[in-house]
Design a protein around this ligand. Structure first.
Ligand SMILES: Cc1cc2nc3c(=O)[nH]c(=O)nc-3n(C[C@H](O)[C@H](O)[C@H](O)COP(=O)(O)OP(=O)(O)OC[C@H]3O[C@@H](n4cnc5c(N)ncnc54)[C@H](O)[C@@H]3O)c2cc1C
Length: 302
């Protein structure tokens, strides 16, 4: 028996969610990836590997529901990813558990737990007091990775129930390193006038050995990229974030606050991004970025 179940696909998420055992007691991990199971077992009392042909949320949710009944867990923990949110929603409904999303801190007060969560699109924080049963989705970057436990937990493999509907996933075509893992990210906003002009953003990112991405309007409205940075997109924490032609609206800034250093290039000196940047260049990106590229190439002898 465990008091909580955590769901994670990536090992870094598994290690972060394990840190909640200090508050919740023993946690079992549910993961679809057997490759991570041995490493994860150093952090959990038990690891369930739920095997599926493809990720179909209702069938994975059913598998988790079965584990919940077996283990008697009353707390379900998910990362705030698309899949995590989907599963948290399904299981909250099935188990009558209170769903709490976008959690950035958890503490306890007697029998109750206090979740600090983001609200109003990430512009404010609120404390929510809950008692089990509940499900929670943890925001990226909220937790530090746990220490390993003394002894490795048991690993059990299960088959997820056969999906009732057919789902197929086409992986995103990866161009180089992903923004979530890169040490340097160059972000482009609506200061960029044409899709072709993103080439200079990509070139700058490549010269810095990093990744590029965009604000939501460029991806969701113009279709120039298939993902974006921000509260409704990717949460990044690079060593350096260069924001090019980005105004710095809270929805976007929520996704980059984990960056160590933020540099903004914007031709409007009153743009809000300058208030959250470590360094700022007030200027036309069409003049500044080519100079940066030229200087970097000179340095690298290209
Ligand atoms: C529910 C909800 C969720 C959202 N989630 C997200 C999210 O996850 N991520 C996200 O990014 N947005 C999100 N948004 C949208 C967000 O609120 C902003 O509208 C968006 O971030 C603005 O993008 P931007 O900075 O590219 O554009 P703008 O705000 O239009 O800013 C463009 C900037 O470019 C500058 N500029 C123009 N020309 C030049 C030039 N030649 N040289 C230099 N600078 C120039 C301008 O001065 C301006 O500051 C969300 C909105 C909603 C309602």
């Amino acid at each position: 028996m465990v008091s909580a179940l955590a769901y994670a696909e990536e090992i870094s998420w598994a290690k972060q969610l394990a840190s909640l055992s200090k508050l919740f007691g023993d946690i079992a991990l549910v993961t679809p990836l057997s490759d991570n199971a041995e490493e994860a077992s150093k952090y959990y009392k038990k690891v369930y590997v739920v095997k599926t042909k493809t990720f179909e949320p209702i069938s994975v949710g059913k598998a988790i529901e079965n584990i919940v009944s077996k283990e008697g867990a009353k707390i379900l923990i998910f990362p705030c990813t698309n899949k995590g949110r989907m599963l948290a929603g399904i299981l909250s409904g099935k188990l009558g558990a209170i769903p709490v999303t976008d959690v950035i801190n958890v503490s306890s007060s007697g029998e109750k737990f206090i979740m600090t969560k983001l609200t109003f699109g990430g512009n404010a924080k609120v404390d929510v007091e809950v008692e089990p049963p509940f499900t929670l989705c943890i925001s990226a970057g909220a937790l530090k990775e746990a220490e390993t436990r003394g002894e490795a937990g048991e690993i059990e493999e299960l088959e997820a129930p056969e999906p009732q509907i057919e789902v197929s996933f086409e992986p995103r075509k990866a161009e180089g390193v992903s923004p979530e893992k890169a040490e340097v990210v160059v972000g482009a906003g609506r200061g960029i006038k044409k899709k072709e002009d993103l080439d200079m953003i990509k070139e700058l990112a490549k010269l810095l050995g990093g990744a590029w991405s965009v604000t939501r309007p460029l991806a969701a409205d113009y279709g120039w990229a298939d993902s974006w940075i921000g509260i409704s997109g990717l949460m990044i924490s690079p060593k350096l974030y260069i924001a090019v032609g980005i105004s710095g609206q809270p929805h976007h800034m929520m996704g980059v606050r984990g960056s160590k250093v933020i540099v903004a290039i914007n031709n409007d000196e009153s743009a809000p991004i300058f208030e959250e940047s470590d360094y700022g260049v007030v200027g036309d990106l069409y003049k500044v970025v080519p100079v940066l590229i030229k200087k970097l190439k000179e340095r690298r002898g290209r």
